[in-house]
Design a protein around this ligand. Structure first.
Ligand code: GAR
Length: 201
């Protein structure tokens, strides 16, 4: 069974969606470890509640991004991790992790990339006045929120929406498409062809 690590920084609702998908049998995989750069991230608590190893690695203790990521990498290697999921992990990945897990790191982003990369994407989209917003699961490469796209889902923006209600609608879809994308990876049904990801049906 494929061994997964999830990197988190916050409340961990996407982590929860992955945990639930494993527990209900939708995903045949095992989360070996959850790593957070933030000590009091609620995501760590969620992991522990499900008997999953939960580790805080504080970047401030390290002199550089490289040495911090070397430490993260050590934890991943100790758990024989084969796939890394970013789930609300708010640090930009450096070359250490990218090189060690090339094409084996996925991320969920709350916008229809390449629109609205970076922070507060839902609010950016709302302020811009888009009629359709959404979320994206993609491979992670050196470009911020720029890697090949695996799955996207859109939601309609209604006149009565606020930034808050829009973010909630997007989050609901995130919780569906992240497990879907992970399932495709786990079942070896993704083929990378340059920027494009072909899905074997
Ligand atoms: C999610 O909306 C996720 O898409 C977003 O952070 C939130 C984390 O929520 N990620 C990014 O913005 C990454 N650029 P969660 O901790 O409840 O999963």
């Amino acid at each position: 069974m494929i061994k997964i690590a999830v990197l988190v920084s916050g409340r961990g609702s996407n982590l929860q969606a992955i945990i639930d998908s494993i527990e209900n049998g939708y995903l045949k995989a095992q989360i070996c470890v959850v790593v957070s750069d933030i000590g009091d991230a609620y995501a760590l608590e969620r992991a522990r509640k499900h008997g999953i190893n939960a580790v805080n690695i504080d970047p401030n203790v390290f002199g550089s991004k490289d040495s911090y990521e070397e430490e993260v990498l050590k934890v991943l290697k100790n758990h024989d991790v084969q796939l890394v999921l970013l789930a609300g992990y708010m640090k930009i990945l450096g070359k250490t992790l990218l090189a060690a897990y090339k094409n084996r790191i996925l991320n969920i982003h709350p916008a229809l990339l390449p629109a609205f990369p970076g922070l507060h994407a839902q609010e950016q989209a709302f302020r811009y006045g888009v009629k359709v917003a959404g979320c994206t699961v993609h491979f992670v490469d050196e470009e911020l929120d720029g890697g090949p796209i695996i799955v996207q889902k859109c939601v309609e923006v209604k006149d009565e929406d606020t930034a808050q209600t829009l973010a909630e609608k997007i989050l609901e879809q995130e919780h569906k498409i992240y497990p879907e994308a992970v399932k495709l990876f786990v079942e070896n049904r993704l083929r990378l062809e340059g920027r494009k990801v072909k899905i074997i049906r």
